[in-house]
Ligand binder design. Structure first.
Ligand code: NDP
Length: 278
């Protein structure tokens, strides 16, 4: 085993080996950077090889990039196999890769008009990807009997979202599967913890199709956070700091839990669905 492929001494994640999916940009990239800063060796994975390789090169020796399409069983087998062979262990998995379904075009995603193909595509990445990731991680972590799995759900997994029904459904299922994984591992006498993070509006490229580059961009941004008590988008670093805590031994007694990161949105406001008056 190469010495260089394990974490360094010092930091809240000293010596740990982590794998982050969808980490070429956005929240995943911020988590990879934060983990690295806390002493972890980080396997950055994504389907965007150019951006993934660029990030790994930028971050240096304690980071490797590998292609991992979270929908593909054989990708999981190959990459996690390489992680365990190269780093000797897997301590932390972040199931971060996710799509809204609006990446290609702003197609209908409401319960009446969404197509079955679009519904399935969102679930394939967000839910199937998380299932496959949890399964691969449990198998890889079983030998040591300890680990942390962090599933990036969404505040949309806690409430209904009429215009993004597949996204909301997939994220609700991620929340629930997190609890099944947590209980299963505890039943198996494994200290493998599994928790979910539920961000609301975090400014990343995921929002671009919805914000556009038109003259009304600023207005759209303001509108999107009007109901948020803190009245702003969250930052990727704010999500990453919660992931660091869940990955670390500081959270050793936390499993099956969900942490919302939403500027206070779900604390008390009643957000009414938009009424179509036409
Ligand atoms: P981004 O769209 O900015 O980044 C997602 C990354 O995942 C991209 O690099 C993308 O690659 C990659 N990806 C897409 N499909 C796959 C796949 N099948 N396998 C592996 N990688 C894939 O998203 P965010 O950083 O904003 O979001 C990260 C996570 O956080 C998602 O799960 C999202 O649902 C969740 N989240 C985000 C919120 C936000 O406001 N941003 C709020 C709540 C939750 P490519 O660009 O090539 O498609």
């Amino acid at each position: 085993m190469s010495k260089a492929m394990t974490g360094r001494a010092g930091g809240r994640l000293a010596g740990k080996v982590a794998l982050v999916t969808g980490a070429a940009r956005g929240i995943g990239a911020a988590i990879a950077k934060a983990f690295l800063g806390e002493g972890a060796f980080v396997w950055v994975t994504d389907i965007d090889d150019d951006a993934g390789n660029r990030l790994a090169t930028e971050l240096g020796d304690a980071v490797r990039y590998r292609t991992l399409d979270v929908r593909q069983e054989d990708h999981w087998d190959a990459v996690v196999g390489e992680v365990v062979a190269g780093s000797g262990t897997l301590d932390v998995l972040v199931n971060n890769a996710g799509i809204t379904g609006f990446e290609g075009a702003l197609v209908a995603h409401d319960p009446e008009n969404a197509s079955l193909a679009d519904w399935r595509a969102v679930h394939a990445t967000n839910l199937d990807g998380t299932f496959l990731g949890c399964r691969a991680a449990i198998r890889a972590m079983r030998a040591a009997g300890v680990g942390s799995i962090i599933n990036i759900s969404s505040r949309s997994g806690l409430v209904g979202i009429p215009g993004a029904a597949a996204y909301a459904s997939s994220k609700a299922a991620v929340r629930n599967h997190t609890k099944s994984v947590a209980l299963y591992c505890a039943e198996q006498n494994l200290a493998i913890r599994c928790n979910s993070i539920h961000p609301a509006a975090i400014l990343t490229p995921m929002w671009e199709p919805m914000l556009g580059n038109g003259p009304d961009r600023a207005e759209r941004m303001e509108e999107l956070v009007r109901d948020t008590p803190l009245r702003r988008f969250g930052t990727v670093e704010e999500v990453a700091s919660v992931a660091v805590m869940l990955a670390s031994d500081e959270a050793a007694y936390m499993t099956g839990t969900e942490l919302t990161l939403d500027g206070g949105l779900l604390a008390g406001t009643a957000v009414q669905p938009h009424r179509d008056e036409s």
